[in-house]
Design a protein around this ligand. Structure first.
Ligand code: 5AD
Ligand code: SF4
Length: 485
């Protein structure tokens, strides 16, 4: 067992010892199985859920057939994501029937919030339905479900940030961890279901964020990713919804903390702790944030900056709050201040009224930016969004698919060009684990979020190592440990 694993075991044992009240020990032998879909935020939320349930005496299992409690943390962002979850729920139910009739199945997250008790009553797929702001209520709901009652809580909060909950790191590598800093979103992009499923935007107390990062460092973690639907909009003024900042006292306003300030505070914890963040929003990203990234070597030189479309007409229909020129100006500013900064995007293709000309504008924007990575999607109309109510999903599936293929092709060309530029150079890589393809190789990432595979030699997981890049694909760098740094 490595020092890191021993340390983790000790911490886990200490935690178990501290938190189990006699009443809660009755669940001691019970197992929970949690599966997460969708964004990083969901994976982070599942760690909060695991922490709440661990205090009730449930311990995680990776074997679903042994689970007393099965939770699926769900995503509603596209119809396809919801269909995948439905299939999983059907699968859980078949296991329940065949292997363990007492098994409780619960749905967490965005689908729970969107469909509410429909999943429970009409579709009869689950025993518990619980929205993203109601996880503190889990002990009560589990009890209700155990007693055969319908257990639902989809209340959305203006304050909840789970600031005091110490997440249980599920399936982690012991090196990198997610730390959530904001919840909800106020942006109201017309295509997006998130403001409805995750509620109003609120920020978490910086003290608790810093404490969590310090604790992770003590446990041997070397990288934190600060999470939020729109991290640039982070604003702490003592708690509460961002929309209510305007009503805050002058003292609260004067002592408020914005994202650039938070980022600097976290970077200053320790130069050995890398800091990443996601997702940035072009309409809220400030020059102050760019300066903070530039100033601190341990803030990773990588920005995920979804553009969604290269056409100002479409951006307006999407209510993105910026046009093509403003987005490109932001890109120019980033490249001017941090020339080597990697940039990635999200693009939606085939949004309502998108013409061939709009699509060409997206392709030309991609040519200008030359993104390092990209996440590209066909528009999927979501019930009750502004786009669904006010616009028509009038681009055929065929055209959506054709346009998607074109942008994917372009992106893989750009990714390859950017990766090839790294051949022959040396980069500092944080060693994250053993390569899935070869047990004699490690994988890790550069500051630019590029994955590097290299022979193990005598380095250890969790160490920083200089790696010389020898070759690449459009997704991975292949290198060898450089002898003299
Ligand atoms: N259809 C397709 N893609 C969507 N996204 C959000 N909503 C939709 C939708 N209705 C994409 C956006 C966002 C990413 C997380 O998911 O590109 O940035
Ligand atoms: Fe959805 Fe827009 Fe908020 Fe992102 S910024 S979560 S796309 S509403």
């Amino acid at each position: 067992m490595s020092i890191q694993q021993t340390l983790k075991k000790k911490i886990d044992e200490k935690r178990q010892g501290e938190i189990l009240s006699p009443a809660k020990k009755k669940h001691l032998s019970k197992k929970m199985y949690i599966e997460s879909y969708g964004c990083q935020m969901n994976f982070s939320d599942s760690e909060i859920v695991a922490s709440i349930l661990e205090k009730e005496g449930f311990s995680p299992t990776s074997d679903i057939t042994k689970a007393d409690l099965v939770f699926v943390n769900t995503c509603s962002i596209r119809e396809k994501a919801e269909n995948t979850v439905r299939k999983r729920l059907e699968f859980y139910n078949s296991i329940k029937k065949k292997k363990n009739q007492k098994m409780i199945v619960g749905v967490l997250g965005c689908m729970a919030e969107r469909l509410k008790n429909k999943l429970l009553e009409q579709e009869k797929l689950v025993d518990i339905v619980i929205g993203p702001d109601a996880y503190r209520d889990l002990p009560k709901l589990v009890k209700e479900a155990e007693d055969g009652k319908k257990a639902v809580n989809v209340f959305l909060s203006l304050e909840e940030t789970y600031a005091d909950i110490n997440p249980v790191r599920l399936n982690g590598n012991g090196v990198t961890a997610f730390v959530s800093i904001t919840r909800g979103c106020d942006n109201m992009c017309t295509f997006c279901v998130v403001p409805y499923t995750r509620g109003r935007e609120r920020s978490r107390d910086p003290k608790s964020i810093i404490q969590e990062c310090q604790q992770l460092l003590k446990q041997g973690y070397k990288e934190v990713t600060l999470l939020g639907q729109n991290v640039d909009s982070y604003l702490w003024y003592g708690g509460g919804a961002k929309k209510d900042f305007i009503k805050a006292s002058i003292t609260a306003k004067e002592s408020s903390v914005n994202f650039a300030q938070l980022l600097e505070k976290i970077a200053e914890i320790n130069p050995e702790l890398r800091v990443r963040f996601s997702t940035s929003n072009p309409q809220d990203m400030s020059l102050e944030v760019i300066q903070a990234i530039k100033k601190h070597p341990n803030i990773c030189k990588y920005i995920h900056l979804p553009v969604q479309s290269g056409s100002s007409k479409i951006l307006k229909l999407m209510n993105r709050g910026y046009n093509r020129e403003q987005y490109l100006k932001l890109i120019d500013n980033i490249k001017k201040e941090i020339p080597e900064c990697a940039i990635s995007m999200d693009i939606i293709t085939g949004f309502c009224n998108e013409t061939q000309e709009d699509h060409k504008a997206t392709l030309s924007l991609m040519d200008y930016v030359q993104y390092d990575y990209g996440y590209m999607f066909k528009y999927s109309e979501r019930p009750n969004t502004i786009a669904q109510k006010k616009l028509t999903d009038n681009i055929s599936e065929e055209t959506k698919q054709k346009r998607l293929e074109e942008i994917i092709k372009k992106q893989s060309q750009h990714s390859l060009i950017n990766m090839k530029k790294k051949i022959g150079k040396k980069y500092e890589v944080l060693v994250e684990g053993v390569s899935k393809r070869s047990s004699t190789h490690f994988y890790g990432r550069t500051t630019h979020n590029a994955t590097v595979i290299f022979e193990k030699e005598n380095v250890k997981i969790g160490e920083y190592v200089m790696v010389e890049i020898l070759d690449c694909t459009s997704a991975t760098l292949i290198g060898k440990i450089a002898n003299n740094g």
